[in-house]
Write a protein that binds this ligand. Sequence first.
Ligand SMILES: [Zn+2]
Length: 508
Amino acid sequence: MDEWWRAGDSVWREDAASSTRFVLEAVQGVPRIDWELARGRLTDVAQLVGAALPATCAHAAIFPQGFAFCPECGAPVHAAAPAPETAWWGPATGSLPPGAAPLPRHVPHGLPQTALPLGEALEGREPEPFVGRADLRMPAPPNSLCVFAAADFGFAAQRLIALAYTRNVVQYWDPPGNRWHVFTADDGSADLHFAISAYAWLPPADAARRGEFGLVPTAQGLFRLILNPLAESWRTEPVFQARLAASPGAVGRRMACPFVAPEGVRLWTAGADGADPEVLDIVSPDPAVPVPASGWSRPFSYDGRLHWLHDEGQLLWRPGQPARWLPWPFPWMPRLQFGGPVRSRDGRLWLIGNDGAGYSFRALGDEAGLGTPQVEQIDGARLGFGTLLFRRGHQVKDDPWSDEDVEDQARGDALVLPLLEAVSATRGQPSGLVLRFPGFTGRAEAALAGEVLPRTFVEWIGRHNVILDEIARLKNPGECVPFVCDGSLWLHHPSWNEIRGWRLEGLA
Ligand SMILES: [Zn+2]
C-alpha cells in the first residue's frame, strides 16, 4: 500500500513499484505535475522543489523535502538546494521582483544596464593586450533569437529561460542535465509571437505567483506568462487584448502600452496588477504625422516618465498627464541602432541622429529651450547608451558631445559598440561590456548592418580593460545579448552554436 508524505509545500507518494520510489504528487501553487517528464530530469526537479537526493544507497532516486536519511536503510541523503543567486531580468522598466539587483533611481530604466558589480569580478583578470578566452560554453537554445531571464520564479533554485519571441517558444535550461527543454503551451494559451516592434516584457510585480515570468506582449495583446517546470509547460492569462503597436513599459505603479485602435494609435495604461485600466488619446503638435503602429524601440523610463523612440519621433507619457507624440524635425533622423539615449552631466537624455549634413545629439523630451541648446553638433558617429559612449575606439567620458578621451592614438582605427553598462555609485568612470572591432575604418552604420567584421574583441572597460575573448567573422554585432546567470557573465548571438561564459569571481 502506498504511503503519503506531506513535506514542506509538497505532497509525495511512496510507491515501492515506482522506479523513483517517491513520486511528487502536488506542489502548492503548481497546477499539475507530469511525473513522466519530470523524472527524466530528476536532479533538476529536486533542486526546483528543494527535495533530497540519494548519496550512497539506491532505495530511491529522490526523497521528499526535509529527509535526511533513507527510510529503508538509514543511509544519509543530501538536500538539493543551490545557494540563492541574484536574478537577471535584462533591460526592464518598472520595479523588479525581490531577488534582483535594482538600478539606482537616477539612471534610466530599460537600457542594457546592471547594478551587479561586474567590474570587481572581472578586473582581476590579466589586462589588455592579453587576449583571454571564454571559461565556459553553454549550447545555444534551439530557437536562438531570444531574450533571457534568470530567476527562481517562486521555486527553490534559479533557472534560465530563453523566450524565442519570434517563434512562440519557451526554452528552459536544465543545469544538471546540461540541456535545453522546450516547454509546451497549455490548451487555450496565447501565441507568444511578437515582432512588430522591439521586444520588452515586464517582470512580475512583487506579488508574483509561482512560475510567473511576467507580462509579455503578443500579436493579440498583453498576457501574463506562467511557467510550469514540473510539467514542462506554460500558460497565459489575458490582461489587455488588442493589436499592440509597441512593447509595454512601466513607471511608478503604472504600466502602459501603445496599441492600434480603429481611429489610430492610443495608449493603454493600468496599475501594475492590471487594475484601473484607462485608454488615453495621444496628442501631437503636428497631426499630419500619425503615430506609427509598428517599428518602435524598447521603452525606457526616466525621471517619472515613459519614452518610446521611433525613426519618426518620440512618444512620451507621465502618469496623470496626456501622452504626447513628437515627430523629429525634418530632416533629422535618429540612429537608434547606435545604442540608445545617453545622459549628459546635467541629467538630460540625448539621442544621436543625422540631418543629412552631419551627426548631432538631440535632447529628448519636450522641455522648451529655456536658453539651453537642444541640439549639439558632433563630427562623427558615437555608439553607446547611458554614460557608456564611444567615438570610434575612444571612450567619451564627459558630456556626450565632448571630445573623446584619447589614451592610445592607435585606437582611432577601431570601432567600439557598447553592449552592457555596469552602473556603480563608487566608480567615477563608466564601465561595461563592449565589442571592439580593430582596424574597422568603415561607417558605423555598415558595421551594424550585416557587414562581416573580420576580428572582434569582447572587452571589459573599467579601472583597467580586459579582453575577454576574440571572435572571428562576426555579423550583426548589435544582436549580441549579454546576461548574468549561475555566477557567470554570458554572451549570446543568434548565429552562434554556443553561448560564451566568463566566471564572475566573488559574485553572489
Ligand atoms: Zn537506502
